[in-house]
Design a binder for this molecule. Structure first.
Ligand code: ADP
Length: 302
């Protein structure tokens, strides 16, 4: 097979590992910068032009779409899907997972444990919306933040109201979330490939930090999930429509609570913590699923 990794940087750990795994399993690899793809369509069908040439011989793509280029990146993935090229991650599922509010709405509908969350159009400087959560401390999050940026812990009701007001004055939308104190500045990341947890790790934030993101100085170690944690992670990935996913969960008194389902989860932290060949598992999944899941041209979802 010819398998393309859609990535802007061939030097990234995840991109390099995927290319290695593609070659190791006897396939041909290509790294394609999705931002340099032109999307062209007419009545004869959809095309993608890359470096001035139409891409014709790709059998499968692995999207590694950065959060800052979700719109263009998912348009390229969708175009591949329209061309009947198998995508390891569904374009629609990437779009869903990138929006914190939309993800939580889907998880909540599916009965997946999540911290209680509220969203309001306009709080008018009062703390009515806060009442849905209970009371401070409360976590306030930008709708499209990543790597822990734009995640604020407001310790008092007054601080929460001021932070929401400040974001509103900048026309920036936020969600308010119950603070799960007992998580102790740690979270769990379950890496899922094709309905199985292939590895899990616990990330602990640095001293005095409630956010466990590795980018914020947290560290990761291999972790054995409980049955409830495994089931929650699998259910979360499934309801989001993601065959490959990194599910982030908090350990709470009420059981595992999902924070986020990542559609381009990094391989470095999980492979180093667990010593599992996650890249190899992804290619194995593509080999098996690309034949089984190919849809007839007129059935491709948009
Ligand atoms: P991002 O997508 O920017 O990483 P998250 O929602 O995953 O944002 O939050 C970043 C980190 O902050 C999480 O990994 C977790 O450690 C901590 N955190 C987020 N929400 C809560 C919460 N409701 N209660 C306790 N800790 C939280």
């Amino acid at each position: 097979m010819k398998i393309a990794v859609l990535s802007r940087n061939p030097k990234l750990y995840s991109t390099k590992r995927l290319v290695e795994a593609i070659e190791q399993r006897g396939h041909t690899s290509q790294v394609i910068d999705h931002l340099k793809c032109d999307i062209v369509m007419d009545e004869n069908g959809p095309y993608i032009f890359y470096n001035g040439k139409a891409l014709k011989d790709i059998d499968a793509v692995i999207p590694r779409i950065g959060a800052s280029v979700t719109f263009y990146g998912t348009a390229v993935v969708r175009q591949f899907e329209m061309m009947k090229v198998f995508s390891a991650v569904d374009s629609l599922a990437i779009t869903r997972s990138r929006d914190k509010l939309r993800s939580l709405q889907i998880l909540s509908r599916s009965g997946v444990g999540i911290p209680k969350t509220a969203f309001t159009n306009y709080s008018r400087g009062d703390n009515k919306v806060l009442k849905h959560i209970g009371r401070a401390p409360v976590v306030i999050k930008l709708l499209e933040g990543t790597q822990g940026l734009g995640v604020v812990l407001a310790e008092t009701d007054k601080a929460a109201t001021s932070v929401v007001e400040a974001f509103e004055s900048l026309n920036t939308r936020v969600i308010l979330q119950e603070f799960i104190e007992e998580a102790g500045g740690a979270d769990l990341r379950a890496f899922i490939v094709d309905g199985k947890v292939v590895g899990a790790m616990k990330r602990q934030g640095k001293e005095g930090e409630f956010r466990s993101n590795l980018h914020r100085g947290g560290h990761a170690s291999v972790f054995k999930l409980s049955k409830a944690e495994r089931e929650t992670a699998l259910k979360a990935a499934k309801c989001m429509g993601l065959a490959i996913a990194g599910v982030d969960m908090l350990q709470s008194k009420r059981g595992p609570m999902v924070l986020e389902v990542n559609s381009s989860p990094g391989l470095e932290g999980i492979e180093k913590a667990t010593e599992v060949d996650v890249a190899g598992k992804i290619i194995e999944y593509i080999e098996e699923a690309s034949s089984r899941k190919r849809l007839p041209k007129d059935k491709v979802k948009a």
